[in-house]
Design a protein around this ligand. Structure first.
Ligand SMILES: Cc1cc2nc3c(=O)[nH]c(=O)nc-3n(C[C@H](O)[C@H](O)[C@H](O)COP(=O)(O)OP(=O)(O)OC[C@H]3O[C@@H](n4cnc5c(N)ncnc54)[C@H](O)[C@@H]3O)c2cc1C
Length: 385
């Protein structure tokens, strides 16, 4: 050990971005290992492409092993235990133990469908397999009541359910089934993407409304009755459906919840500027991190934040090794919201603005949808090519 062993837990958006940037900054001065149970990387937004049948599972998955070409070790293993007490600094996997000088936790969020009784009757696009199941269900859907529910917050990508609804609207129009279909969204949120503020939220509600998609806020599911095809909400409302799409509840990964790094919520609190946990040289980035904004709300879970945080953590590990100045994250985030018909809207700004985030919104255009594709291609190439 040369004092420069960096272990990155999780080879998703944040973990891969950190590893690549660190290698660029330090070359052979650092030994980087990424540990992940999944061998293939898929950008979250590509799941919407699979759902729509525009891309196959094979087209959107890239082997994580490819990062070994950059001199980064990839270990395809389950992280079983994280011990960040100063004496040990050890991570245990299903195969071996790893000690570290710097640890980056980028284990994302776990899906917990079991939290909603009857969830198995619903479809969703939160994993590749589930996106394929939803694609098949949509392709055999002949019209009727399509209900889209958000089970609970937080969930990955605040825009994703609304994008899914608008893309499905587009799909049904193309198939001549829109007149026979009724699309309604139910969510416990007050507005879509509430952290971005009412201007953005109301703009999304207007986009939905223009397409005839109903939006029902502050409504939380309590169970799904697959036999009678009904969703039961906590307020007693019952909603019949022919096709049900549901964003599954999310939790922090079990191994994180069981570590001493998590707070009562299960996520890992970090300092806003450096993503440092309560332990020195241990960082948490991306969906697993709990970042409390000045407005009192939590930073949403999205790759755009994982990328920005990865840049800062990589840069600061390099500074620590080279003895140079550290940097702070500015809380910038951006989001392309797909609206169907080959168009996307775009929101961007600083989530660290005080007293609340300042997000600017550009209305849907074909050019913005092309920029979304370019954004996705750029990051996929950068992370694993
Ligand atoms: C449909 C959809 C659309 C989306 N669209 C966008 C978008 O347009 N823009 C955007 O910014 N974000 C989008 N996202 C969100 C984005 O994908 C996530 O926020 C982002 O991937 C988070 O990065 P991360 O590194 O924190 O976690 P992840 O990318 O989820 O990586 C976590 C990794 O940890 C691994 N892992 C977890 N536990 C263990 C363990 N115990 N042992 C080993 N490995 C483990 C997992 O296998 C995974 O590879 C979308 C998500 C979805 C589902």
């Amino acid at each position: 050990m040369n004092g420069n062993d960096v272990i990155i837990l999780g080879g998703g958006s944040g973990g891969l971005a950190t590893a690549g940037r660190l290698k660029e900054l330090l070359g052979d001065k650092v030994n980087i290992t990424i540990i992940d149970r999944e061998s293939s990387f898929v950008m979250g937004f590509s799941l919407l492409r699979v759902m729509k049948g525009e891309k196959t599972g094979e087209e959107v998955g890239v082997p994580k092993e490819k990062i070994s070409q950059k001199g980064i070790r990839f270990v395809n293993s389950e992280v079983a235990q994280i011990d960040t007490t100063t004496k040990k600094n050890v991570v245990t996997t299903s195969k071996e133990e790893f000690s570290y000088d710097y640890l980056v936790i980028a284990l994302g969020a776990e899906l917990a469908p079991e939290k909603v009784p009857g969830f198995e009757s619903a479809f969703h696009m939160y994993t590749l397999e589930d996106a394929k199941r939803l694609r098949d269900a949509l392709s055999s859907f002949r019209g009727g009541s399509l209900r889209l529910i958000v089970s609970s917050t937080p969930f990955k990508c605040p825009a994703a359910p609304y994008e899914a609804a608008m893309l499905i609207d587009d799909h049904l129009r193309r198939k001549g089934l829109r007149d026979k279909s009724d699309i309604q969204i139910f969510t416990p949120e007050p507005l879509p993407m509430p952290v971005a503020g009412p201007v953005v939220g109301n703009a999304v509600v207007s986009m939905l409304s223009e397409k005839g998609i109903g939006f029902h806020n502050n409504t939380k599911v309590s169970s799904i009755e697959g036999g009678s095809k009904q969703v039961v909400f906590e307020n007693g409302l019952r909603e019949k459906y022919d096709l049900l799409i549901a964003v599954p509840p999310h939790t922090s990964p079990k191994v994180v919840r069981e570590s001493c790094l998590a707070d009562a919520s299960g996520w890992v609190p970090v300092d806003l500027k450096k993503m440092q946990t309560k332990h020195d040289k241990v960082y948490a980035i991306g969906d697993v991190a709990a970042v409390k904004l000045q407005s009192g709300t939590m930073l949403p879970k999205a790759a755009t934040f994982a990328f920005g945080q990865a840049e800062i953590v990589a840069s600061n590990i390099a500074s620590s090794i080279l003895g140079t100045e550290t940097r702070s994250w500015d809380g910038f985030g951006e989001c392309f919201i797909e609206t169907g018909s080959g168009k996307a809207a775009y929101g961007s700004g600083s989530f660290y603005s005080s007293p609340k985030p300042v997000i600017n919104m550009q209305m849907p255009s074909k050019e913005l949808r092309e920029r979304k594709d370019a954004w996705g291609d750029y990051w996929t190439r950068r992370l694993v090519a």
